[in-house]
Design a protein around this ligand. Structure first.
Ligand code: BMA
Length: 879
């Protein structure tokens, strides 16, 4: 326990006093005075004390008294698993065996001791950073809290309930499903919701402020868990503490950044205090003497930073962060402090009327930036189980794929602090949804007040992060109201009330929270929308382009009528066989097996009864590829299909800049090992698509395409300087003969898409080539350095007449790892290198190998790399 009431100042004070008294007063008198000083409480201000209460927890089903050790932060599912009471949730059909957990009540308890000094503090608060969800909290048998929102922290004044010595803290969790049912039954109509995996009349997630995806989603299991999912602590102080701070960059001009903000101080003892700000441990900025009265007090400040190092998004520059330390002092003693890693930057969402509609793009430090990225979901359904290492891996996968934005989607959680810290540090902007997805909300006042508190808490919690780019009200609720039959499903008088509730939440409560607590950041009411309450129309605002996949349109649809900012689109693939082996047995390896069908959660009964994502993968595969009979080959081809879809979409979006200024695909990661849209699976294994996304997102990208019977090559640049390069175009036979070639110097303009080559297809056809036997190779070079490169085929892979090709592989150890050299005597399409051991990462994979152009890749592994372990797969083998 870190608690020191008699601090250094007090000690030296007493010492000086003794020295002064020594000569004139006798020893006894001196001792009496010293005692008086020591017993006088609050003689000098002490630091705020914080004590973690995460230890010594036990849990039991209510009423059974079968106590087992528990982990806090945690969940009941993880605790049952750790105690051997349930089996691996991810294996085969085990998920269905644990559904009983959601119907029970669970109790957690701990005993902790408090010393007398702490107990004497003026204010003692018990802090729960997150309780999931309906929880009654008892301290020494006194009910001190009734919680009903997973997304807010609770601070409870417990001074009157805490004793010196041992204390018992107990938390009773009610079944979220039972509580939800009670609320559902109070309404005499059904509020529309999609995606929750419960029968229509039992959908309860909308009544409960709890992660919607816990109730099952179209990529994740139903695990309606409960638990103390974030830290628990005690905080004690005598005088005052910094409740929160807010800092914003108001503008940057002539090399000076103007910053402003405020601190909110919770004051217990009236009097004189000092607030100062120290930057990077050396420069003092704010330095204020303040007279504070008891209660919450707001202190405004403004300051400048000369020649600021700005925060840039990934690819544009360094995401510089300053260390800000706010000190609250009483006399010369620091009694509380708050630290921030602060990025100086300006960011605007620009929506200006233009010929098409309204623009929708982000301007960072004055520069329009094309947003390249993805939607993220929690990396585990049981979110406290996500290790810091997994967050690091998630962010690395984003930056390795040249991303600069992630969307925290509204059916999940307001992420952990570490997520936003890593985004700050890696230059990843965050499109932050409030936690509302694919469902309407009840409109009773208590529910709306709960939402108001949640918005206020989370905006305050996250607003100082440089990464926070946008607050978005909900995911697809406006779309659902108009397009999924929601409004038609409600009787007219109910309909008006439900719509009014929508307006109150998304046009009043949430934007008011953003305006009051994070005024520098834009609010966007729903994704997708054109603007205001206008439906997405591709002419303005953002769009979810699901014409491919749910709409069964061809990939070429991504190239038509490109929206202004595509915040969702995607197609599914199977994860790697290494991952499939983790959750299934060999007997399950069939897309129609019970295990594979249950694992697949995207159901499309409108196509035909029982049609699901596995069928859809096959349906698309059949359009573009020969469908292999063998399951393992099917898995491999599903990944090629996936990669091709994302490559087509990203290239089309980027070619269309500045009309289109963002491409965030669905979805970067998985919450369990599954078949989904994710480009990186639950174990962090890259699907073929993640390599394709990385390549399509490079700062300088070459993109050949066919437009109006012409071959057109675009050079898309996110760089800030013009690139003067040589463009090489060659049409190659699969055996490496050059059938046509062209080269010229080109100027690739900064931060835009430039057409660098056009040739009528007729002219190319005059060369008499067979479309099934050629590939176009486009390269941008500066002197001899390849700056960008791409291949283009004129027909779908299934129509290619791929040659019999022989691949040669050799490997050697280098000082930095393992180097693999690959070469082929004829074109090898989508070469997939795998090893028998699952932990090898290849820095490139699933690529096409041109004859006579050997390729060197790196293999990263902790174990020994054996070339005999290599497994090579390529499309030529599946003719
Ligand atoms: C998007 C998301 C999710 C869903 C995904 C795939 O629209 O908003 O609701 O998981 O589609 O269907």
């Amino acid at each position: 326990m870190v608690y020191e009431k008699l601090n250094m100042n007090s000690a030296s004070y007493i010492l000086n006093f003794l020295v002064a008294m020594k000569k004139s007063i006798n020893g006894l008198m001196c001792a009496v005075l010293l005692l008086a000083i020591l017993s006088c409480k609050n003689d000098k201000p002490a630091l705020i004390s914080k004590i973690s209460l995460n230890q010594n927890w036990e849990f039991s089903e209510l009423g059974t008294n079968q106590w087992m050790p528990a982990t806090v932060p945690g969940t009941v599912h993880a605790d049952l698993l750790a105690n051997g009471m349930i089996e691996n949730l991810h294996y085969r059909l085990n998920e269905s065996d644990v559904q009983w957990i959601e119907n029970k009540q669970w109790v957690y308890k701990t005993i902790f001791s408090v010393d007398e000094k702490l107990q004497l503090s003026n204010v003692i608060e018990l802090i729960f950073e997150g309780l999931d969800t309906y929880a009654d909290v008892y301290l020494n048998n006194n009910r001190v809290l009734e919680a009903d929102n997973m997304f807010i922290a609770h601070r409870i004044d417990v001074k009157n309930y805490l004793k010196a010595g041992e204390n018992e803290l107990r938390v009773v969790f009610h079944s979220p499903v039972e509580k939800g049912m009670e609320k559902l039954n109070q309404l005499n109509y059904l509020l529309p919701a999609t995606n929750e995996q419960a029968p229509e009349g039992e959908r309860t997630n909308i009544f409960t402020r709890k992660a919607p995806f816990h109730f099952g989603w179209d990529w994740g299991p139903r695990l309606v868990t409960s638990g103390i999912w974030r830290n628990v602590s005690l905080s004690a102080y005598d005088y005052a503490k910094i409740e929160n701070v807010y800092v914003q960059t108001t503008h940057i001009e002539n090399n000076t950044a103007k910053l402003s903000g405020f601190a909110e101080i919770a004051v217990e003892a009236e009097g004189e205090y000092f607030l100062n700000l120290l930057i990077d441990n050396r420069t003092q900025k704010v330095d204020k003497r303040i007279e504070l009265k008891p209660g919450l007090q707001k202190i405004d400040f403004e300051f400048d930073i000369e020649n600021p190092s700005l925060w840039w998004s990934n690819g544009l520059g360094e995401p510089h962060l300053y260390d800000f330390r706010f000190n609250l002092k009483k006399g010369r003693q620091v009694i509380d402090h708050k630290e921030l890693s602060f990025g100086v930057r300006t960011l605007e969402l620009v929506q200006e009327p233009d010929d098409t509609g309204r623009s929708f793009f982000f301007r960072l430090n004055g520069i329009p930036v094309f947003m390249k990225g993805a939607n993220v979901i929690p990396s585990n359904t049981l979110t406290p189980s996500v290790a810091e290492e997994t967050y690091r891996r998630l962010l690395k996968n984003a930056t390795d794929a040249n991303m600069n934005m992630l969307r925290v989607w509204g059916g999940a959680i307001y992420e952990e602090d570490i997520f936003y810290e890593l985004c700050d540090r890696n230059g990843i902007l965050v499109w932050q949804d409030f936690m509302f997805a694919c469902a309407l909300q009840p409109g009773d006042e208590a529910h709306l007040e709960n939402i108001r508190k949640e918005a206020e808490y989370n905006v305050k919690r996250l607003r100082n992060h440089a990464c926070i780019a946008l607050w978005c009200g909900n995911n697809e609720n406006l779309h659902g109201w108009h397009h999924w039959g929601w409004k038609e499903s409600l009787e007219p008088e109910v309909r008006d009330f439900v719509w009014r509730t929508y307006e109150r939440i998304f046009y009043e409560i949430l934007p008011a929270a953003v305006k009051s607590y994070d005024p520098k950041t834009e609010y966007w009411s729903s994704s997708p929308t054109a603007y205001g309450n206008m439906l997405a129309d591709r002419k303005s605002g953002d769009e979810h382009d699901w014409t491919v996949w749910f709409g069964q349109q061809p990939f070429s649809n991504y190239e038509k009528n490109v929206p202004r900012f595509v915040s969702e689109y995607g197609l599914q693939a199977f994860p790697s066989m290494h991952t499939i082996r983790e959750f299934s047995e060999e007997g399950d390896w069939d897309i129609h097996s019970e295990v594979m069908r249950r694992r697949q959660r995207s159901n499309m009964n409108w196509v035909s009864q029982g049609f699901n994502g596995n069928d859809m993968i096959k349906w698309y595969m059949d359009k573009y590829y020969k469908v292999p009979a063998n399951f393992e080959d099917f898995v491999y081809v599903s990944q090629l299909l996936h990669a091709e879809a994302y490559k087509t979409a990203i290239e089309a979006h980027r070619r269309n800049m500045p009309h289109c200024m963002g491409s965030l695909y669905w979805q970067l990661n998985d919450s369990w090992p599954t078949i989904s849209w994710a480009t990186v699976d639950y174990y962090g294994r890259w699907k073929a698509s993640h390599y394709a996304v990385r390549d399509a997102n490079t700062a300088l990208m070459l993109s050949p395409t066919i437009e109006d019977n012409k071959l057109v090559v675009y050079a898309v640049s996110d760089l800030m300087e013009q690139q003067n390069c040589d463009l090489y175009i060659s049409l190659l036979s699969f055996y490496g003969d050059t059938l046509y070639s062209f080269n010229a110097g080109v100027a690739v303009l900064p931060n835009q898409s430039t057409k660098v080559y056009t040739l009528a297809l007729d002219q190319l056809c005059e060369k008499g080539f067979n479309k099934s036997k050629v590939v176009l190779h486009a390269t941008l070079k500066n002197i001899n350095e390849v700056k960008a490169e791409n291949l283009y085929y004129f027909v779908a892979p299934k129509e290619l007449e791929l040659p019999d090709a022989k691949v040669s592989v050799s490997a050697r150890k280098t000082s930095s790892g393992n180097e693999i050299q690959l070469s082929a005597d004829a074109l090898v399409k989508n070469l997939f290198i795998d090893t028998a051991t699952p932990d090898v990462f290849f820095n490139d994979n699933y690529f096409d190998l041109l004859p006579g152009k050997p390729k060197i890749i790196q293999a990263v592994t902790k174990s020994d790399l054996k070339i005999d372990d290599f497994v090579l797969k390529y499309l030529n083998q599946m003719q």
